[in-house]
Write a protein that binds this ligand. Structure first.
Ligand code: KG4
Ligand code: ZN
Length: 374
């Protein structure tokens, strides 16, 4: 068995075909040596409800339809045939079970037909590996230098908000996590309150352009408390009450008309969006700074997951982290869910865990990252 892993790493380049279908994306990528993105095709299922809600059955059915075209396109863009692929990797959890099964079933069939080893990958380990990915050849390149451990990583997406201290890809300690909503979820719920579309993160960021981030005072959650955790539900509630109070002050009793009335009265949505975005970002940076005081030896600070696409967050961090390298995924496509990050994580899993990376796995809707990183 050990021969298989050694053989893969002996090759001049290890090319992994990766599949990610944990939520509403169907993505297939070809990644070389955990860093070089040969292709990264992402198809997103349109939300089934106007609020951006996801109906799991609808999503899984669309993913079945998308899978083969996306797979063909990923191979074509990479200029690869099944012969050029050394291993197949797939997200095994956590996520929507029906969606995950579309991915893992496809990966199992391909691995068996093509006679390739199969690697099951934790979705969040994919996000944690995304800063190693070079930008797609067609996108703006980032400077090529390898991240250095130990690394403090904030992983913030629509489903989780975790802070990790890592000494290797699969070695580390979970320092803190959210006690209620995830950071991306707070953007999504805030956007819904402001009448903005889903996903809320990019919508709020756009609405906030030109707005004053200090237009409304916001209390930083858990600021004085001795905890590395996050909490976002209070900020969302504060936004709800701010909108209610603004509307009531101007005598608009009908909640449906409140938003229009607020904007009509000249309260810029940009100020409210900017203040809300600033408060969410300040809470994230506040936790990072606190953790850096505990782990001053951290050489780098990484921010990954959908929220890492946020420009305001990107602008706040470097000044707060001293002379440490602050790293984000190189392209927007590798911030949000994508298969390239799964290909990177699979490579590092095989590198650090050897044969264990190729062990049989179950597809699981709920899967703590601590089973992989410890
Ligand atoms: O990592 P991701 O694609 O999926 C999950 O694993 O959940 O993250 C999606 C989340 C959504 O909640 C979305 O609103 C948020 O990432 N997001 C952003 C931005 N782009 C996406 N949040 C803030 N600013 C952005 N530019
Ligand atoms: Zn994700």
């Amino acid at each position: 068995m050990l021969v298989r892993c050694a053989y893969l790493f002996d090759k001049c380049a290890m090319r992994i075909l990766a599949i990610e279908t944990s939520c509403d994306e169907t993505s297939v990528a070809v990644v070389e040596d955990g860093t070089s993105v040969r292709s990264n095709v992402i198809a997103t299922v349109e939300p089934a409800t106007t609020e951006g809600g996801v109906i799991p059955e609808h999503v899984a059915r669309r993913q079945v339809e998308c899978m083969l075209p996306v797979l063909r396109q990923a191979l074509a863009e990479a200029g690869a045939s099944p012969r050029d692929i050394d291993a197949v990797a797939v997200t095994r959890g956590p996520g929507l079970l029906g969606s995950l099964l579309v991915g893992t079933t496809t990966a199992r069939v391909l691995a068996s037909l093509w006679r390739k080893p199969l690697i099951g990958v934790h979705h969040t380990l994919g996000h944690l590996s995304s800063p190693w990915l070079e930008a797609h050849p067609n996108q703006k390149p980032k400077t090529k230098n390898e991240p250095i451990f130990p690394i403090l990583t904030l992983s913030a997406s629509g489903g989780h908000t975790d802070l990790w201290y890592r000494t290797a890809h699969t070695r580390g300690t979970l320092l803190g996590r959210t006690r209620d909503d995830a950071a991306g979820e707070a953007f999504d719920k805030g956007a819904a309150l402001l009448g903005l579309p889903y996903p809320g993160g990019p919508a709020i960021a756009k609405a906030a352009e030109g707005g004053d981030p200090h237009a409304f005072p916001c209390h930083l959650p858990l600021h004085g408390e001795d905890t590395p955790d996050f909490s976002f539900s209070g900020l969302k509630t504060a936004l709800k009450y701010l909108l209610r109070d603004l509307a009531q002050k101007h005598q608009e009793p009908n909640p449906r008309d409140q938003l229009c009335r607020i904007w009509d009265l000249g309260f810029g949505i940009s100020d409210i969006a900017a203040a809300y975005q600033h408060a969410l970002c300040r809470h994230l940076t506040d936790r990072i700074i606190k953790a850096l005081r505990r782990f001053p030896e951290a050489a780098e600070v990484h921010v990954v997951g959908g929220v890492s696409a946020n420009r305001h967050l990107r602008s706040l961090l470097p000044d707060l982290c001293g002379n440490r390298v602050v790293r984000f995924p190189a392209s927007l496509a590798t911030c949000t869910d994508n298969a390239a990050m799964i290909g990177a994580a699979a490579y590092f899993l095989a590198e650090e865990r050897g044969e264990e990376a190729f062990a049989p796995f179950e597809t699981k809707a709920s899967l703590p990252l601590e089973v992989v990183v410890s």
